[in-house]
Write a protein that binds this ligand. Structure first.
Ligand SMILES: Nc1ncnc2c1ncn2[C@@H]1O[C@H](COP(=O)(O)OP(=O)(O)OP(=O)(O)O)[C@@H](O)[C@H]1O
Ligand SMILES: [Mg+2]
Length: 480
């Protein structure tokens, strides 16, 4: 359950919020002035505050200043009518999370609130990483007893105590975000904000402005000034996820901010000084990107000072039984249902599988099996066939499914053609272009069934989702 506090002096607004957010998952409290809001906060302990900018008595900006002074981690979204936008922008400099223009577009409002609540949850839920015992009850932890994970824990402990930039690497689903949050929670900045930016999910041309803000008129469409995440997150920690996906201009700015703590907004010429701790993550081989001149070498070295590499799950199979138990407990608690256990044969089967989607895939499989299991134990028959061995056992499938000379030859022929096409047009980004088309075709073919589409493409569902997001395919197919 999430707690939301609305501070607005208009009764109508308070009433409509009650209607919009009246759900079992959200508890809404209201206050009719800044003064009242400040009194409610320590008692109600909201996860998120939505506040009008212009109110009788103490205005929104002043209220925000006081909230930030006493609760630097509390997220505040300002609501503003046309004409007070500049104040809302000022508020972003003070660390407001976002602002909304009145009159509200309800779906947009709900989306912003949902995103903010997720960010608030990430800040609140402490991720523990101490070697966890099976019997222990923990809300959110990094589970692992393997040699490799012990090493990861050690590094988290070492880097958390410093202000150093950390680079977390590992395949998709290995727990990079979890590690980033553990570092934050155990650092001196744990009482300040933590903001995550997924660099791959934001269109290239917008990322720079998302991170550093822009001045009014910096480019077509920049009708208002915008405050970026670095400025907003001053004193706090910023998590740059998928850092491998950045334009050279953004890379240059990141390098400068790491070296000197300064940057300029897009289209601006005034240096802005910030104090932000950066944690970065990627599932790309950055060394290769450097070799291919896609990623700045100096930035790579600057990031790579503290490197935490999380090995794939198939290289630390002794963590699997522990993870299985952990997820079974976690799911039972979430669903408020009795715990279930896994039959020994099930755990053994899971230990043998090669887990291309790593821990995330394991969690999903356990989630599915938990729902399917009728009794209080999970049986072999509740595992999907590719894992339970009915379709070829636990051995890995042939490499990316292209084994066999005929297939390889076909692929090579098609690649040759595509490459010719790419050579004719140097501006063309052939791999993303082809990937995008493949994803669209697979989704059309399967009637938007992501599981089937991913299988057809030989990628995990998580990867498929990322591509859908990255290429903005959702809108095109009009899929939910
Ligand atoms: N060691 C672990 N113990 C407990 N849960 C884990 C562990 N590793 C990963 N998870 C869980 O698996 C899921 C995926 O983890 P996370 O999002 O941190 O992966 P990631 O490396 O950031 O993946 P991606 O590259 O796809 O973004 C999350 O639900 C996370 O809580
Ligand atoms: Mg991640």
């Amino acid at each position: 359950m999430s707690k939301l506090l609305l501070i607005d002096d208009e009764e109508d607004v308070r009433y409509s919020f009650q209607r919009i957010f009246g759900s079992p998952e959200i508890e809404l409290a209201t206050a009719s002035s800044g003064e009242e809001g400040l009194k409610v906060i320590p008692k109600f302990k909201p996860d998120l505050v939505l506040m009008d900018v212009r109110m009788g008595g103490m205005n929104g900006l002043e209220t925000l200043r006081r909230i930030r002074a006493s609760n630097p981690k509390l997220l505040v979204i300002l609501m503003t009518a046309y004409g007070t936008t500049q104040t809302a922008i000022e508020a972003m400099k003070l660390g407001a999370y976002d602002y909304l223009l009145k009159p509200f577009d309800v779906p947009k409002l709900k989306e912003i609130v949902a995103n903010a609540l997720k960010a608030a949850r990430d800040m609140r839920q402490v991720v523990s990483y101490e070697p966890l015992l099976e019997s222990e009850d923990y809300e959110l932890g990094i589970v692992g007893r393997s040699e490799a994970m012990q090493q990861v824990f050690k590094l988290i402990g070492q880097v958390a105590a410093t202000d150093a930039t950390a680079l977390i690497t590992g395949e998709s689903g290995t727990g990079k975000e979890l590690v980033a949050r553990a570092i934050y929670h155990h650092s001196d900045r744990s009482q300040q904000a933590f903001l995550a930016v997924n660099c791959a999910a934001i269109p290239e041309q917008l990322l720079e402005s998302e991170l550093f803000g822009h001045e009014r008129g910096a480019f077509t469409g920049a009708t208002l000034q915008r405050i970026g995440k670095f400025e907003q997150c001053n004193q706090g920690t910023i998590f740059l996820d998928e850092i491998g996906d950045m334009t050279p201009a953004t890379q240059t700015k990141i390098l400068r901010v790491l070296q000197s703590g300064t940057f300029e907004r897009v289209g601006g010429n005034q240096p802005i000084q910030v104090d932000v701790r950066v944690i970065a993550a990627t599932n790309k081989a950055l060394e290769q990107a450097v070799a291919a001149k896609e990623f700045r070498e100096d930035l790579f070295y600057r990031l790579n000072v503290v490197r935490i590499h999380i090995p794939p799950l198939r290289d630390r199979r002794d963590d699997i039984p522990l993870l299985v138990n952990y997820f079974l407990k976690k799911i039972a608690r979430e669903q408020q249902r009795p715990p279930k256990s896994a039959a020994t044969s099930v755990t053994r089967t899971l230990e043998k599988y090669h887990w291309p989607g790593n821990v995330r895939e394991l969690e999903n499989i356990i989630r599915r099996a938990y729902v399917m299991a009728k009794g209080d134990a999970i049986l072999q028959s509740e595992l999907p066939p590719e894992i339970s061995g009915q379709s070829g056992g636990g051995a890995p499938p042939p490499v990316s499914g292209v084994a066999g000379d005929a297939v390889t030859a076909d692929a090579a022929a098609m690649a040759r053609q595509l490459f010719q096409w790419a050579r004719r047009d140097p501006k063309l980004k052939v791999i993303p272009a082809v990937e995008r088309e493949l994803v669209i075709q697979a989704l059309k073919e399967t009637n938007n069934n992501q599981v089937h589409a991913a299988k057809l493409l030989g990628i995990t569902r998580a990867t498929l989702r990322k591509r859908i997001e990255k290429f903005g395919i959702q809108r095109e197919l009009n899929v939910k």
